[in-house]
Design a protein around this ligand. Sequence first.
Ligand code: KG4
Ligand code: ZN
Length: 369
Amino acid sequence: MKVLGIESSCDECAAAVVADGREILSNVVATQIPFHAAYNGVVPEIASRKHTEWISGVAAGALEQAGLGPGDIDGVAATARPGLLGSLLVGLNFAKAFAWARNIPFIAVDHMLAHLYAPRLVLPLAGPGTPAAAIPPDYPFLGLLVSGGHSIICRVEGFDDITVLGTTVDDAVGEAFDKVSKFYGFGYPGGAVIDQLAGAGDSGAFRFPLPQLGKPSREAPGGDPSHRYDLSYSGLKTAVTAQLEQFRVKPRAKATQPEFGHGMLSEADKADIAASFQKTAVEILLRSLFRAIEDTGLRTVVTGGGVAANTYLRARLAEKKDLRCVFPPLELCGDNGAMIAGLGYQYLARGDRSPLSTTASARVRAFKH
Ligand code: KG4
Ligand code: ZN
């Protein structure tokens, strides 16, 4: 069964064709980053307008790349939640119209479940020497979903069966990367920029606080169980941005340009801030993740979302030789249509269908907060 997957939840306009939920026949991702970069963040109104302009061309590109015509598609899947409402509606309605016009089944899927599905996909062979596809992890496993909008630690029992164990009580981890980068004027999107800058920095140069969620207290000596796996990024974000003021009042010996202001930090200052922030941001994730591993006994972790591309996070998890950590290939970490088509296939193969009255939702289903 060949499924066309449509993704438009944020700033990537994407479509892909996947055969039998596994083999990627095409994967087209049109990024809107240049249109949002001037604002240092995604502007929802621009995003939905760009999706409207691009969606037909992107879907046509996915069919062409797969060497298929519309008549070869057996089913259509689209992201219905979570995401920017106006953006979601564009892809969702395109997919519904495609399915209606071709008289083929339609299924609406959850974007976060799709990120967890990414490691089950096989990229097209790029030529001789391309490594064989990784063996998909068996259920159950732990999911670490880390993106610009979400930070979720969950227990995954099946493609449509997850239990959220912990999530952020304030900002998402990717959002913290983006906001810190914006504040320091490093560039957009912040995650990749900070990841790169951090490579040359000293991660011990600044000590930023870890959140106190789930910490043992007199009432709960084992820690507050309701927050045991939760995350928080607002304190870190505040501490890192407050450091900019410190550069002015107390210039560092290393600094070559101690004056206050964006762009006035030395290269060493920038790299040290990036590395110290990144280390703490990852530490926050790992602290909760390791608790979940300890409590559940699950030793397989599947990562997903844009932050799963982070070099430091990957290195820290790779150190844990007693864990199986599954990282999707970089092109499947960020938003894409292939993960939507792959997940959609599983529902369609089971006989599930979504009505054409299905609408979009900005929120994650079964979210704790
Ligand atoms: O999954 P995604 O592409 O879109 C959402 O669903 O949000 O994730 C985008 C997020 C952004 O916050 C971006 O800064 C972050 O992923 N990101 C990274 C890296 N690459 C992208 N964060 C840390 N390190 C990276 N290398
Ligand atoms: Zn995503």
